[in-house]
Design a binder for this molecule. Structure first.
Ligand SMILES: [Mg+2]
Length: 458
């Protein structure tokens, strides 16, 4: 990788860079090779935007507690400027690397056009991990070239800090549940989410009705309406004890969301939503797959408990269907699946028109986290951003360049540095590599394009 020059987003640093260039002391060979374009003001003179080209893409696989592994990618250019991106958590590096042969030689600043070119290789859930990682890295490059934070290129900020909501782990004991929730509140968080699923009731008689010979595949892979699983009155009462305990611990002033109910039938989902109404939940999440719009509408109109979905949806169309019909009360894209920074911002704007707020699902490293932070800063109807790593001390050490602690009293400050605003802490990242994998090793095996996919319609 060519040498990278630390920069900050202010006039003085731009001036300094220019002076250093004049003095001939800056950045070594790569900077000298690049021709400056003096007509464009405030452009980082280490790059020549119209002559910028992608030269390489490499990856590193990070393992961490919680959703993992997480694949970081680095896109290099002919002018020493590079961009960082991240594949959706628990998706393979191949999702990104198959795109290398499609983007090398292209100008990385044409973010939208390049995304259109590779969008065909994205799909629902983890399938979009690669195209979204590339999109993040392209914005990072664009920001570094134009000396501009990503949120500014999306139209500027609605807020200076981003509200975080914390996922909180399950326990069989309602008291332990309550204790963990209280601990989260003490960290300064202003929004909580608890996982609460029928899985926890499985060894308790009379709580969940299900065929006794159900396979793991049926439990996990059959969409909810086809599992024949229903929750009994006793089961609903037991689940209410957990919610009651958490509400008792954190009070009613703070938003409390709920996730991971399990694959129960639509009527059971409605009964649970109704039973939890008195606990004033902020939302119940992913009760059924997002594509059953009519069934979502049925659930949502049967209860005052708000509903939400979206972490596995790719691109705007299905989000718009849900918003237009008000089949859910809120949406919850994962930027590493929904189409990257710009597309997720547009999804937010679309939802705003229908009066639908947007929370954001996220479970990766600080690289993808910062992509979310810039998008959230620039999107008016944003609510809160998820974080799965509050109990992972090294999580925030994976990067440098931003305010630490990254999550401070429930918020992340939006950085004003160019691009995503982070550099990798190589030493720390290397400590958490997936065993047997390298750190941004050369990837010549991904150089050759072996399929005719430049035209996707005739
Ligand atoms: Mg979820």
């Amino acid at each position: 990788m060519a040498e990278q020059i630390p920069r900050t987003f202010n006039r003085r640093s731009v001036l300094k860079s220019s002076l250093a260039l004049v003095a001939g002391g800056l950045a070594g060979a790569s900077a000298r090779k690049a021709e400056a374009e003096p007509a464009i003001k405030n452009v980082n003179l280490n790059s020549s935007p119209s002559k910028l080209q992608i030269t390489d893409m490499r990856y590193a696989v990070i393992v961490k507690p919680g959703p993992s592994p997480c694949v970081l990618i680095r896109i290099d250019t002919n002018q020493g400027v590079y961009g960082l991106g991240e594949v959706r958590d628990v998706a393979n590096y191949q999702y990104a690397m198959v795109l290398k042969s499609r983007i090398v030689g292209e100008n990385p600043l044409n973010v939208d056009a390049l995304f259109e070119k590779i969008a065909q290789f994205g799909g629902i859930s983890r399938q979009a991990g690669g195209v979204c990682a590339v999109e993040m890295a392209l914005w990072d490059i664009a920001g570094k070239v134009y000396n501009c934070p990503v949120y500014q290129m999306l139209g500027g900020k609605w807020r200076d800090k981003i509200r975080i909501y914390a996922d909180t782990t399950e326990s069989d004991d309602p008291k332990e549940y309550a204790r963990r929730a209280k601990e989260r509140k003490a960290m300064g968080l202003t929004w909580m989410k608890m996982d609460l699923g029928i899985e926890m009731l499985k060894d308790q008689p009379g709580m969940v009705m299900a065929p006794s010979d159900m396979s793991k595949w049926e439990m996990r892979n059959q969409p909810h309406p086809f599992t024949a699983i229903e929750v009994t009155d006793k089961g609903i009462a037991r689940m209410s004890e957990y919610v009651d305990a958490v509400r008792g611990a954190i009070g009613y002033d703070m938003p409390l969301s709920m996730d991971h109910l399990g694959h129960v039938g639509v009527k059971s989902a409605i009964r649970l939503c109704r039973a939890f109404e008195k606990y004033n939940l902020e939302w119940m999440e992913d009760l059924i797959p997002w594509y059953y719009t009519d069934l979502w509408k049925e659930i949502t109109s049967s209860t005052t408990t708000p509903t939400i979905t979206g972490e596995d949806i790719y691109e705007i169309t299905d989000f718009e269907k849900l918003c237009q019909t008000h089949a859910v009360d809120k949406i919850h894209p994962d930027l590493a699946t929904s189409g990257g920074i710009l597309r997720t911002h547009k999804i937010g704007d679309m939802a705003f028109r229908y009066g639908v707020p947007m929370a954001m699902h996220f479970a990766g490293t600080p690289v993808s986290c910062m992509a979310n932070v810039h998008c959230a800063a620039a999107t008016r109807n944003f609510l809160a951003l998820e974080n799965h790593s509050l109990d992972v001390p090294f999580w925030q050490n994976l990067v440098n360049g931003i305010e630490k602690p990254i999550v401070n009293k429930g918020y992340i400050t939006v950085p004003d540095t160019p691009g995503l605003g982070v550099t990798l802490n190589d030493e720390e990242c290397k400590k958490h590599l997936k065993p047997g994998t390298g750190y941004f090793e050369p990837t010549p095996m991904w150089d050759e394009k072996q399929s005719f996919d430049d035209y996707i319609f005739s």
